[in-house]
Design a protein around this ligand. Structure first.
Ligand SMILES: [Zn+2]
Length: 207
Protein backbone atom coordinates (compact mmCIF):
# COMPACT_ATOMS: atom_id res chain seq x y z
CA UNK A 1 0.00 0.00 0.00
CA UNK A 2 1.27 3.44 -0.87
CA UNK A 3 1.45 5.90 1.97
CA UNK A 4 -0.22 9.24 1.47
CA UNK A 5 0.39 12.48 3.33
CA UNK A 6 -2.82 11.90 5.29
CA UNK A 7 -1.32 8.81 6.92
CA UNK A 8 0.82 11.11 9.03
CA UNK A 9 -2.04 13.14 10.49
CA UNK A 10 -2.35 12.04 14.13
CA UNK A 11 -4.22 15.03 15.51
CA UNK A 12 -6.88 17.04 13.71
CA UNK A 13 -9.11 18.92 16.08
CA UNK A 14 -10.89 22.24 16.44
CA UNK A 15 -10.55 24.15 19.71
CA UNK A 16 -13.63 26.24 20.30
CA UNK A 17 -13.56 29.94 21.15
CA UNK A 18 -12.28 30.33 24.69
CA UNK A 19 -11.54 26.61 25.15
CA UNK A 20 -8.18 24.85 25.50
CA UNK A 21 -6.21 21.68 24.77
CA UNK A 22 -3.28 19.60 25.98
CA UNK A 23 -1.40 17.75 23.23
CA UNK A 24 1.43 15.22 23.33
CA UNK A 25 3.88 15.43 20.43
CA UNK A 26 6.82 13.08 19.89
CA UNK A 27 10.17 14.50 18.82
CA UNK A 28 10.08 15.30 15.11
CA UNK A 29 6.32 15.86 14.99
CA UNK A 30 4.86 19.02 13.53
CA UNK A 31 1.90 20.94 14.87
CA UNK A 32 0.07 23.37 12.63
CA UNK A 33 -2.17 25.92 14.36
CA UNK A 34 -4.68 27.41 11.93
CA UNK A 35 -6.34 30.75 12.70
CA UNK A 36 -9.64 29.76 11.09
CA UNK A 37 -11.38 33.14 11.25
CA UNK A 38 -8.42 35.49 11.78
CA UNK A 39 -7.21 37.65 14.67
CA UNK A 40 -7.44 34.96 17.33
CA UNK A 41 -4.75 34.87 20.02
CA UNK A 42 -3.65 31.30 20.75
CA UNK A 43 -1.90 31.36 24.12
CA UNK A 44 0.58 28.48 24.16
CA UNK A 45 2.98 26.89 26.65
CA UNK A 46 5.51 24.15 25.80
CA UNK A 47 6.93 21.54 28.17
CA UNK A 48 9.49 18.77 27.99
CA UNK A 49 7.10 15.78 28.11
CA UNK A 50 9.42 13.97 30.53
CA UNK A 51 9.85 16.88 32.96
CA UNK A 52 7.24 19.63 33.08
CA UNK A 53 9.64 21.81 35.08
CA UNK A 54 11.73 22.10 31.91
CA UNK A 55 9.34 24.53 30.26
CA UNK A 56 9.22 27.25 27.65
CA UNK A 57 11.10 30.42 28.55
CA UNK A 58 10.09 33.58 26.73
CA UNK A 59 13.00 35.48 28.24
CA UNK A 60 15.67 33.00 27.10
CA UNK A 61 14.08 32.65 23.67
CA UNK A 62 14.03 36.42 23.09
CA UNK A 63 17.59 36.91 24.37
CA UNK A 64 19.13 34.05 22.40
CA UNK A 65 17.50 35.03 19.10
CA UNK A 66 18.16 38.73 19.70
CA UNK A 67 14.64 39.73 18.65
CA UNK A 68 11.30 40.13 20.39
CA UNK A 69 8.96 38.66 17.76
CA UNK A 70 8.65 35.00 16.79
CA UNK A 71 8.43 33.71 13.21
CA UNK A 72 9.85 31.01 10.92
CA UNK A 73 13.20 29.84 12.25
CA UNK A 74 12.63 30.96 15.83
CA UNK A 75 14.04 28.39 18.28
CA UNK A 76 11.75 28.04 21.27
CA UNK A 77 13.98 27.44 24.28
CA UNK A 78 13.34 26.13 27.76
CA UNK A 79 14.32 27.48 31.16
CA UNK A 80 17.34 25.13 30.89
CA UNK A 81 18.15 26.41 27.38
CA UNK A 82 17.06 23.17 25.73
CA UNK A 83 15.46 23.62 22.30
CA UNK A 84 11.83 22.54 22.71
CA UNK A 85 10.65 23.33 19.19
CA UNK A 86 11.38 25.41 16.10
CA UNK A 87 8.84 27.44 14.14
CA UNK A 88 9.04 25.61 10.82
CA UNK A 89 6.42 27.54 8.84
CA UNK A 90 4.44 30.73 9.31
CA UNK A 91 1.99 32.49 7.00
CA UNK A 92 1.15 35.19 9.56
CA UNK A 93 4.69 36.53 9.86
CA UNK A 94 4.98 37.59 13.47
CA UNK A 95 3.91 36.32 16.88
CA UNK A 96 4.13 37.78 20.36
CA UNK A 97 5.82 36.26 23.39
CA UNK A 98 6.04 39.25 25.74
CA UNK A 99 2.39 40.29 26.23
CA UNK A 100 1.58 37.42 28.60
CA UNK A 101 -1.66 35.52 29.13
CA UNK A 102 -4.83 37.00 30.55
CA UNK A 103 -5.87 36.27 34.13
CA UNK A 104 -8.81 37.42 36.20
CA UNK A 105 -6.43 39.53 38.29
CA UNK A 106 -4.85 41.31 35.31
CA UNK A 107 -8.28 41.85 33.75
CA UNK A 108 -9.43 43.67 36.89
CA UNK A 109 -6.30 45.86 36.92
CA UNK A 110 -6.51 46.69 33.23
CA UNK A 111 -10.23 46.82 32.56
CA UNK A 112 -12.01 47.16 35.89
CA UNK A 113 -13.80 45.17 38.57
CA UNK A 114 -16.71 44.36 36.27
CA UNK A 115 -14.44 41.98 34.29
CA UNK A 116 -13.47 39.82 37.30
CA UNK A 117 -15.99 37.08 36.50
CA UNK A 118 -14.82 36.70 32.90
CA UNK A 119 -13.05 33.50 31.94
CA UNK A 120 -9.30 33.95 31.35
CA UNK A 121 -6.40 32.00 29.83
CA UNK A 122 -4.85 31.23 33.22
CA UNK A 123 -7.89 29.18 34.23
CA UNK A 124 -7.79 27.26 30.95
CA UNK A 125 -4.08 26.50 31.43
CA UNK A 126 -4.72 25.16 34.94
CA UNK A 127 -7.72 23.08 33.87
CA UNK A 128 -6.07 21.42 30.86
CA UNK A 129 -2.61 21.20 32.46
CA UNK A 130 -3.72 19.45 35.66
CA UNK A 131 -3.75 15.87 34.24
CA UNK A 132 -0.07 16.29 33.26
CA UNK A 133 0.99 17.72 36.63
CA UNK A 134 1.15 21.29 35.31
CA UNK A 135 0.09 23.60 38.14
CA UNK A 136 0.62 27.24 39.06
CA UNK A 137 4.38 26.76 39.53
CA UNK A 138 4.72 25.49 35.96
CA UNK A 139 2.92 28.46 34.36
CA UNK A 140 5.44 30.91 32.92
CA UNK A 141 5.34 33.51 30.20
CA UNK A 142 3.74 32.10 27.12
CA UNK A 143 3.62 32.51 23.37
CA UNK A 144 0.66 34.40 21.91
CA UNK A 145 0.39 33.02 18.40
CA UNK A 146 -1.29 35.45 15.96
CA UNK A 147 -1.30 38.23 18.54
CA UNK A 148 0.09 41.61 17.55
CA UNK A 149 1.94 43.42 20.33
CA UNK A 150 4.16 45.99 18.61
CA UNK A 151 6.94 47.50 20.69
CA UNK A 152 6.75 51.29 20.42
CA UNK A 153 9.81 53.52 19.83
CA UNK A 154 9.79 54.43 23.53
CA UNK A 155 9.72 50.75 24.52
CA UNK A 156 6.03 50.63 25.43
CA UNK A 157 3.92 47.62 24.44
CA UNK A 158 0.68 48.03 22.55
CA UNK A 159 -2.01 45.38 22.21
CA UNK A 160 -2.94 46.01 18.63
CA UNK A 161 -5.30 44.75 15.99
CA UNK A 162 -4.43 41.97 13.66
CA UNK A 163 -1.69 40.91 11.37
CA UNK A 164 -3.40 37.57 10.99
CA UNK A 165 -6.37 36.63 8.85
CA UNK A 166 -8.68 33.70 8.08
CA UNK A 167 -6.72 30.54 7.26
CA UNK A 168 -3.30 31.84 8.28
CA UNK A 169 -1.23 29.32 10.19
CA UNK A 170 1.93 28.75 12.14
CA UNK A 171 3.72 25.42 12.38
CA UNK A 172 6.02 24.06 15.09
CA UNK A 173 8.43 21.17 14.77
CA UNK A 174 9.06 19.41 18.08
CA UNK A 175 12.76 19.12 18.91
CA UNK A 176 12.02 16.63 21.71
CA UNK A 177 8.98 14.88 23.16
CA UNK A 178 6.64 17.73 24.06
CA UNK A 179 3.48 18.64 25.87
CA UNK A 180 1.73 21.60 24.28
CA UNK A 181 -0.76 23.44 26.48
CA UNK A 182 -3.10 25.77 24.64
CA UNK A 183 -5.63 28.36 25.74
CA UNK A 184 -7.62 29.70 22.82
CA UNK A 185 -7.92 33.11 24.45
CA UNK A 186 -11.39 34.21 25.64
CA UNK A 187 -10.35 37.86 26.10
CA UNK A 188 -13.08 40.37 25.17
CA UNK A 189 -11.50 43.59 26.44
CA UNK A 190 -8.65 44.23 24.02
CA UNK A 191 -8.29 43.66 20.26
CA UNK A 192 -6.14 40.51 20.56
CA UNK A 193 -9.12 38.45 19.39
CA UNK A 194 -10.68 41.16 17.27
CA UNK A 195 -13.21 41.60 20.13
CA UNK A 196 -14.75 38.27 19.14
CA UNK A 197 -13.00 34.99 20.14
CA UNK A 198 -13.19 32.32 17.42
CA UNK A 199 -12.17 28.64 16.99
CA UNK A 200 -8.77 27.42 15.79
CA UNK A 201 -7.74 24.13 14.19
CA UNK A 202 -4.81 22.00 15.35
CA UNK A 203 -3.17 19.54 12.96
CA UNK A 204 -0.45 17.27 14.34
CA UNK A 205 1.66 15.12 12.01
CA UNK A 206 4.27 12.48 12.62
CA UNK A 207 5.36 9.26 10.99
ZN1 LIG B 1 -6.17 35.21 27.17
Amino acid sequence: MTATIDDTIRIDTVVGAGDGALLELPAGATLRIVDLHGNQAVDTLLYDAHDVNNRYSAFDTVREQGAVYLTTGSRLLSTRLDELAVISDDTCGRHDTIGGACAQESNVIRYGEHTRHQHACRQTFLRYGAPAGIGQRQLGHNINFFMNVPVQPDGALKFDDGLSGPGKYVELRASRDLLVLISNCPQLNNPCNGWDPTPVRLIGRWA
